[in-house]
Design a protein around this ligand. Structure first.
Ligand code: PFF
Length: 447
């Protein structure tokens, strides 16, 4: 039996759901630590350039492909070029969804634990917390279960309703924390590190990190926006929706930096602390802040929700593929995909000190990323697979489906696009594939 296809109930519902997918741990947890590892301001500069020049035009491509075909990433490609090898680009997206979800839900589990830790004021030692095997696996399984239950309910019931209420609250809380952090003694040194570019710190690896972060943060490169676009109606405006999503997403990441770096320098800590950064700095800031325990637990509640609206979209991609192309029941297949994610994620959950083998996994050399299984998955799926996916999909849209058909699709609901189609066509056919390819080759030292 084929399940009826979902649709968003309202325009704002789609923007909130797409923003919900985009805004998540990538903004609050990943962005500040990659900024810290990559030397600060110059990284931020390239990140913003990549969002505007590459991420945004690329987002139009994914959304238009999804809306035109009304399908998941594999189905969309198959509809245009039946049974061709291009479907591999869609499969890569489906696999990447599970790959990212498997480590993302581990971090999301930490945020849930920190709600309780902040509430009781008993934060304890971060490295001891993540090295406890039972706790890590429990939190990870819990988070995957919550995600699965929501995805089971479908598009508008499960995903749209919650995003609409909770994302605005999160935005306001973050803004207040920015104001607080900027008033701390020593804040200006943090601001300087964060916002004053030192271009001598830029290397090939930094550029890949900035590009990877732009794609990761906007949920691009694995067909999430193809899937979400497939639930859009023809009179929705793809351009204004994408622009709002990108603005929200970038602002929230920038806010996260404005909270973390002033606080970090005020405490005299090291910005290159890696994935632990947010979980060490923020709780300390909350502990010293008047009313900080309440604010801190509210912060982690909202961060968990932001993570949840992202894990939902990660799971929705493989699930929509199974529903469309294998005609399976949504209620059943979500559990299948979730089960697979659980198996794949356990090594990441155990890789922060709980198990020696996974902690020092080190298959990908240390010049690229940390040796622990979680960092390796994050590099493989969160940077490389998204970049490869984005090259393939932009070539597919630009050259195979064709910029004319794609532009016609975008123009529906956004008539003003007519004047800029030539520019967009040039970006999607040449700029995006070439820039990503150069950055990738550079990273593997071929170029
Ligand atoms: N954009 C999400 C974040 O920044 O937390 C993570 C993510 C979700 C990446 C969905 C990719 C994706 F398809």
């Amino acid at each position: 039996m084929s399940a009826p296809r979902g649709q968003w109930n309202s325009k704002i519902g789609f923007i909130m759901a797409a923003a919900g997918s985009a805004i998540g741990l990538g903004n609050i947890w990943r962005f500040p630590y990659v900024v810290g590892e990559n030397g600060g301001g110059a990284f931020v500069f390239f990140y913003i350039i990549f969002v505007i020049l590459i991420g945004l035009p690329y987002m139009f491509a994914e959304l238009s492909l999804g809306r035109a075909t009304q399908k998941n990433p594999v189905g969309a490609i198959n509809k245009i070029r039946p049974k061709s090898f291009w479907r591999l680009a869609g499969f890569l997206g489906v696999i990447t969804g599970v790959g990212i979800l498997s480590f993302y839900a581990v971090i999301a589990g930490w945020t849930v634990a920190y709600i309780y830790k902040m509430f009781t004021g008993n934060v304890g030692d971060f490295s001891a917390f993540v090295a406890d095997p039972g706790g890590e696996v429990f939190l990870f399984v819990l988070f995957v279960l919550i995600t699965t239950l929501i995805v089971q309910k479908g598009v508008s019931e499960g995903i749209e309703k919650w995003s609409k209420i909770l994302m605005p609250i999160f935005f306001i809380l973050l803004l207040s924390l920015v104001v607080y952090s900027l008033t701390l003694d020593g804040a200006s040194k943090g601001l300087e590190f964060y916002l004053k570019p030192d271009f001598s710190k830029i290397t090939g690896r930094t550029l890949l990190a900035a590009l990877g972060q732009a794609f990761f943060s906007l949920s691009l490169g694995m067909g999430t926006m193809i899937t979400y676009g497939s639930y859009l109606s023809k009179n929705d405006n793809l351009i204004t929706s994408s622009v709002s999503v990108a603005i929200f997403d970038t602002l929230i990441a920038l806010f996260a930096g404005l909270i973390i770096f002033p606080a970090l320098f005020a405490m005299g800590k090291d910005p290159a602390a890696g994935p632990a950064l947010v979980f060490v700095i923020l709780p300390e800031m909350f502990l010293e802040m008047p009313g900080g325990l309440i604010v801190g637990s509210l912060f982690f509640v909202l961060l968990s929700v932001a993570a949840l609206t992202s894990t939902i979209s990660l799971l929705e991609v493989p699930v929509s593929y199974m529903i469309d192309d294998h005609k399976v029941d949504r209620k059943k297949i979500v559990w299948g995909v979730a089960g697979f994610t659980l198996l794949l994620g356990i090594p990441s959950a155990l890789s922060q000190g709980a198990n020696d083998f996974f902690t020092n996994f080190g298959l990908i050399p240390a010049s690229y990323t940390g040796p622990d299984f979680l960092s390796q998955m994050s590099f493989l799926f969160g940077d490389i697979a998204l970049a490869v996916g984005a090259i393939s999909l932009s070539i597919f849209v630009g050259w195979v489906w064709g910029v004319d058909r794609a532009s016609d699709e975008i123009e529906q609901g956004a008539p003003f696009f007519r004047k800029t189609r030539w520019l967009w066509s040039f970006i999607i056919r040449y700029v995006i594939p070439v820039v990503i390819l150069l950055v990738l080759l550079n990273t593997v030292h071929i170029f």
